[in-house]
Design a protein around this ligand. Structure first.
Ligand code: MTE
Ligand code: MO
Length: 188
């Protein structure tokens, strides 16, 4: 298990003279989202050696395939791994999901933006605020109960929120952002 916030998202120091902690937090997250890993861009992203399972496209600084940042499974598994068990709308029993945090994948790509469009293998598309990835421990899950997920079982990549952490997350808004068979993230 892992702690928050990660090294990849150093939050900006609080500014003086702002009206409330809530407002400060909103500004802070917004700024962090907009400059997501201006700093982490220091480490170049290696080229994938295996089958590409994820492409990050759009506003990013760590392209490794033309304008894209492509990832094979080994690259995703080389990022810090996180896991949690949660109930979901897709399975009767709670399941354990593991993989890198979405925010760390975005950081590795040098993503700079506030919005994501997730596109799945079945052409499902959904908008995800980058803020979700900073505010919540959103997984880019590569494993379900320790096993890789075949395409026919909603894999190989599944965006998973920690639904059991709050009633707010157990809603259509976040379920709809939980793209399974994720193939592409467009950053803007
Ligand atoms: N790849 C993919 N992911 C997806 C979807 C989809 O059709 N394809 N549906 C989304 C929506 S709208 C919801 S509410 C949840 C739950 O979908 P379900 O109702 O088909 O279980 O998964 C989300 N993730
Ligand atoms: Mo849905």
């Amino acid at each position: 298990m892992s702690q928050l916030p990660p090294a990849s998202a150093p939050l900006l120091p609080a500014r003086q003279g702002l009206p409330s902690p809530t407002r400060r937090r909103t500004l802070r997250l917004g700024l962090a989202a907009a400059t997501l890993l201006a700093t982490g861009g220091a480490r170049a992203l290696a080229a994938p050696k295996g089958k590409v399972v994820l492409s990050v496209v759009g506003t990013l600084s760590q392209a490794n395939a033309g304008a894209r940042a492509d990832f094979d499974m080994a690259m995703l598994e080389a990022l810090p791994q996180h896991s949690f068990t949660t109930s979901t709308p897709w399975f009767k029993e709670p399941k354990r999901f593991s993989g890198p945090l979405l925010r760390d994948v975005l950081a590795a790509a040098g993503a700079k933006g506030t919005a994501l469009r997730a596109v799945a293998l079945n052409d499902y598309k959904v908008e995800i605020p980058v803020e979700d990835a900073l505010r919540h421990k959103v997984l880019l899950a590569t494993r379900l109960d320790g096993q890789p997920m075949p395409v026919r079982e909603k894999g190989p990549l599944f965006i998973i929120y920690p639904y059991d952490e709050s009633a707010d997350l157990r809603s259509e808004r976040y379920y709809s952002r939980s793209a399974w068979q994720l193939r592409t993230l467009e950053v803007r």
